[in-house]
Design a protein around this ligand. Structure first.
Ligand SMILES: O=C(O)CCC(=O)C(=O)O
Ligand SMILES: [Fe+2]
Length: 365
């Protein structure tokens, strides 16, 4: 079965193509969050903007966010290197001071996983406002979105929408580490992923620490990489979308970003290349670039000792910093078997700084 082609016309007179089977979801609690495509709204290229990372203003100790004396708040490291889990705090209730501290915590730990959240039920406007605190919201150039919000990128894999399965059908694995839309000129900082329906088992997400990946390299290789930029391209994604008959709402771009990026709030260096979008290293011969990228992609995806794999629960919201991590969905469940459940959610992605490398190296395009 392929993506259904039913269309509906909302009050705004924009025609939406449904990317799900309407009949199968009539009673579904999160019906309004099912994937659709607005096939009319064409977007201009993203404009440059000033960006101040919220983590810069934060108190290093984060005592407002994770007060030691509150027995209801449970904060635990998921691994020594990457990932923190928080129970007993609602994202929807955080003050600005707490959000600043959260931005810093996400930068330091790579990904922070909040359990038992009411975030999924606070409504689209509040969800967007929460994201906007951290940076302008990114609209995905080709992805499915939520009916009333282009800014809510849809995560949905079911028998009625198999684009991810199809596009990866000739690979040995669906694993694909990436940093969200890293081809943009000012790339994402924090992504906020909320799952509304979670399979009973499977459908985890994994993150790799790019800070640790950088730190593990020998000094001569670190020094070599610190002087280099790499090309990140949005063209294959857009071309793949067009090939699958999807509407491309903003023309693709490519950028040349420093291979080693310095985080504005922590000052830490991280590898900033990923198998999803990085195509070549600028200034090297083809074979040199291919060999170096192969080494680094293998390093990132095989480094289980600097990765974390998170199992989703109903109410889980994960927030990660795309400048210091790479991540992959783990599509290990059979979407044709109703017993294996439905995985559905939405992603809010905030844009951040123009990447800065070591010794003043900057992105170009
Ligand atoms: O579904 C997931 O676990 C992650 C999805 C993802 O990486 C994305 O939409 O960028
Ligand atoms: Fe992603």
């Amino acid at each position: 079965m392929s993506t259904t082609t039913t269309t509906v016309t909302p009050p705004s007179e924009v025609t939406l193509k449904l990317a799900f089977d309407e009949k199968a979801h009539e009673q579904y609690k999160y019906h309004d969050y099912l994937p659709v495509y607005d096939e009319k709204t064409h977007l201009e290229p993203l404009e440059p903007f000033d960006f101040q990372d919220r983590g810069i203003a934060a108190h290093q100790e984060k005592t407002n966010l994770i007060a030691q004396d509150n027995p209801d708040v449970k904060v635990s490291k998921l691994t020594p290197v990457i990932g923190t889990e928080i129970r007993g705090l609602q994202l929807s209730q955080l003050s600005d001071t707490q959000k600043d501290e959260l931005a810093l915590l996400i930068a330091e730990r790579g990904v922070v996983v909040f359990r038992d959240q009411d975030f999924k039920d606070i409504g689209i406007e509040q969800q967007k406002a929460f994201g906007r605190y951290f940076g302008p919201l990114h609209i995905h150039p080709v992805g499915a979105h939520v009916k009333d919000a282009l800014e809510l990128h849809n995560i949905y894999l079911g028998p009625d929408n198999e684009y991810r399965n199809r596009s990866k059908s000739n690979r040995l694995t669906t694993t694909g580490y990436h940093s969200d839309v890293s081809y943009e000129h000012q790339t994402p900082g924090i992504t906020i992923l909320t799952l509304l329906s979670v399979p009973p088992t499977g459908g985890d997400t994994a993150w790799a620490s790019q800070t640790a990946a950088y730190a593990r390299l020998s000094r001569p290789i670190q020094a070599l990489l610190e002087g280099l930029r790499a090309e990140h391209s949005g063209f294959p994604q857009a071309e793949g979308g067009r090939r699958d008959g999807r509407f491309v709402r903003r023309e693709p771009v490519r950028s040349e970003h420093p291979v080693v990026r310095v985080h504005p709030a922590t000052g830490q260096k991280a590898l900033f290349i990923n198998p999803g979008f990085t195509k070549k290293i600028i200034g090297l011969k083809d074979e040199e670039s291919d060999a170096l990228l192969k080494l680094l992609f293998r390093h990132i995806s095989q480094g289980q000792d600097f990765q974390v794999r998170v199992r989703w629960e109903e109410g889980t919201v994960a927030l990660w910093d795309n400048r210091v991590t790479a991540h992959t969905a783990i599509s290990d469940y059979n979407v044709h078997n109703p017993q294996e459940g439905l995985r559905h959610g939405f992603r809010i992605t905030t844009l951040a700084d123009k990447p800065k490398g070591v010794n003043g190296l900057e992105s170009t395009w």
